[in-house]
Design a binder for this molecule. Structure first.
Ligand code: C2O
Length: 345
């Protein structure tokens, strides 16, 4: 059976990695009627938006993006469109705040399985539409952090201005430019030259996208079906670079490397959405790499469902099936060079 959407009516306090409880509620505001949640209808796409590489954006774009996040941050904290409620989506879906609808003993978890890519795609999709609606610009598209290319291997400067709504003080202060990212970062900084780090990163990308991901299960992660206990096994990209980039950004002086270093707080850092845009971009690129690199055709994957508030504050149900083609969702990625394609170890 497919994984059902979360049971909003039993949302409870989420738990931290050490088993203790998150000291606040990550549960969303509830709609008036939980029994009739409409299935989301994809709007017609008149023009496909382009998500730009973060290092390439114009000052005009930065201003617009900054304004959008600022508006989101100034909404009432109980408004499902507010920045904190948007960040709490990640907490509720990832720290056992929800049970699967119809399986009261099964916590819903969108990591460590084939739900990882589709869940985060939908999450960014609505986040992006909300930002667009707050600034009255439905062409607005999130940037992606192009860390898989040498030109994007530093912390993107637009997030690093203390006066910007895109800034977050809870980051690793040693990892600001010109520090070069380590896409395999665990907790210790590599003792290597910038050029060595760049070569390692490109080699790792080749390995995670090509050598180790020749088929859907290795790329997306292991199947999880309705009623099964979570944590089935990650896909290649979820592990590296996805998890490593979270750890590399998070503040090592905080207990769980908050914000980016742990699920409940990760999405409070605006860089989260640029990180995940690049992870999402890897899904689109992977499908062009040939061989058996394609989406699953398993009904249990395609029919698995999530709930989100759309930009009109309507709670809607979405399925994996409806997100596998990003252009139907109305966006694609700026076409930039993909240097790791030639980094066969
Ligand atoms: Cu839901 Cu980057 O994790």
């Amino acid at each position: 059976a497919p994984v059902p959407p979360p049971d909003f009516s039993t949302c409870s306090t989420a738990s931290l990695p050490d088993g203790s409880q998150v000291p606040f509620s990550c549960c969303p505001p509830l709609p008036k009627d939980l029994t009739n949640i409409p299935t989301y209808k994809l709007p017609n796409v008149s023009k496909v938006k382009i998500r730009p590489a973060a290092h390439n954006v114009t000052q005009e774009y930065i201003t617009k993006y900054n304004t959008a996040i600022q508006k989101m941050k100034s909404l009432d904290k109980d408004d499902p469109l507010s920045f904190i409620q948007q960040a709490n989506i990640h907490c509720a879906y990832c720290n056992s705040g929800y049970k699967e609808l119809g399986f009261p003993g099964v916590p819903l978890q969108v990591h460590f399985s084939w739900l990882f890519f589709p869940f985060h795609r939908w999450y960014l999709y609505f986040f992006e539409r909300i930002l667009g609606s707050l600034i009255g610009d439905d062409t607005f598209a999130l940037p992606f952090w192009n860390y898989d290319s040498q030109v994007g291997m530093q912390f993107p400067s637009l997030y690093n201005d203390v006066n910007s709504s895109l800034y977050d003080p809870n980051r690793n202060q040693n990892h600001f430019p010109p520090n070069v990212i380590d896409l395999g970062f665990t907790t210790i900084d590599l003792d290597a030259s910038d050029q060595q780090k760049i070569n390692n990163n490109l080699t790792m990308m080749y390995r995670q996208m090509l050598t180790n991901a020749p088929c859907p299960q290795l790329f997306f992660g292991n199947p999880i079906r309705g009623g099964e206990q979570p944590i089935r096994g990650m896909g290649t990209i979820e592990n590296v670079p996805h998890n490593s980039v979270h750890r590399w950004v998070g503040n090592p002086n905080n207990k769980f490397r908050e914000n980016m270093g742990t699920f409940y707080s990760a999405a409070r850092d605006p860089i989260f959405y640029a990180h995940h845009a690049n992870v999402d971009r890897m899904w689109t690129i992977w499908k062009t790499l040939g061989g058996n690199r394609r989406d699953f055709n398993d009904r249990d994957w395609l029919d698995s469902a999530f709930l989100f508030y759309d930009e009109n504050r309507t709670l809607v149900k979405v399925t994996v099936q409806d997100c596998i083609n990003n252009e139907k969702l109305g966006y694609k990625y700026e076409n930039v060079p993909i240097p790791w394609k030639n980094y066969k170890p």
